[in-house]
Write a protein that binds this ligand. Sequence first.
Ligand SMILES: O=C(O)CCC(=O)C(=O)O
Ligand SMILES: [Fe+2]
Length: 285
Amino acid sequence: MAAIVQRPQLAVLTSLPSEPSSDDTMSPNSLFDESGEPSPAVTPASITVRDSLLPPASIAQRTAPPIPGLYFDPTLRLPPEFATSVLQQCMATFFTQPDANQAMLFGRAHADPASTSDGLPPFLRALLAHVDALLRPLLPPATHGLLFPPPSGGPPCARQAIVNLYRPGEGIAPHVDLLRRFGDGIVGVSLGSGCVMNFRREDEADADAEAGLERTWDVFLPEGSVLVLSGDARYRWTHGIEGRVGEWVEGEGEGTGAQWVQRGVRVSITFRWLLPGADIVGGME
Ligand SMILES: O=C(O)CCC(=O)C(=O)O
Ligand SMILES: [Fe+2]
């Protein structure tokens, strides 16, 4: 991994304000470029400050937040050699140009399970198989079946794999994955570096306030971890990543203080179901 990515070694410089501004809470549709995909974007730099030297404004948690339909277990990780191999193949396949930061691939609907190819490269098929096995004991069977339906009962949809590359300081604006393009059941992995993902619930502010429910959670996704979004987590909460070079994260052991965790180059791979007709250009919004 160190052979592939350059991690910043020295001073930690980032831009102010380090807290999310109200501009972060934008309408999901405004986030998408012509391809209909949110692209990782750099937060514009203005004043720089040694963020790691400031007292933490917010400290991300390492455990799963109580968001219905979100599944995350910080101890569940891809084996490091396997994760490194997938990362290397992503870098060599999709990110050889210096400014490349996103690749989209499609797995055919109704692929013959005996076939050696469904449109996704073998290393992404291997990743899916690994994630399938890792998640089987963790997820409720209905949620596991949403992500990995049995070959005979597969939905009439194609799988999309989107591979995003984030350099330190880059993030992705808060969004809900396009409702008319993608179905329920989204699974993503973090490779090369961890980052904090911010979850926000956008609707029913009054009801939540009355019930004393939290509407914002900042969760550290470590390198090699797996995240599942389904149900409310997929449809009613936004997810996003602030453009930072590092962040404060709660300590790993009981009684340990918050730690500054610097970001390296992170590659995420997200698998989603394309809804029927969603692959037809112009037929979406
Ligand atoms: O980088 C990630 O983990 C999230 C990517 C994402 O939300 C998206 O591509 O829609
Ligand atoms: Fe997303």
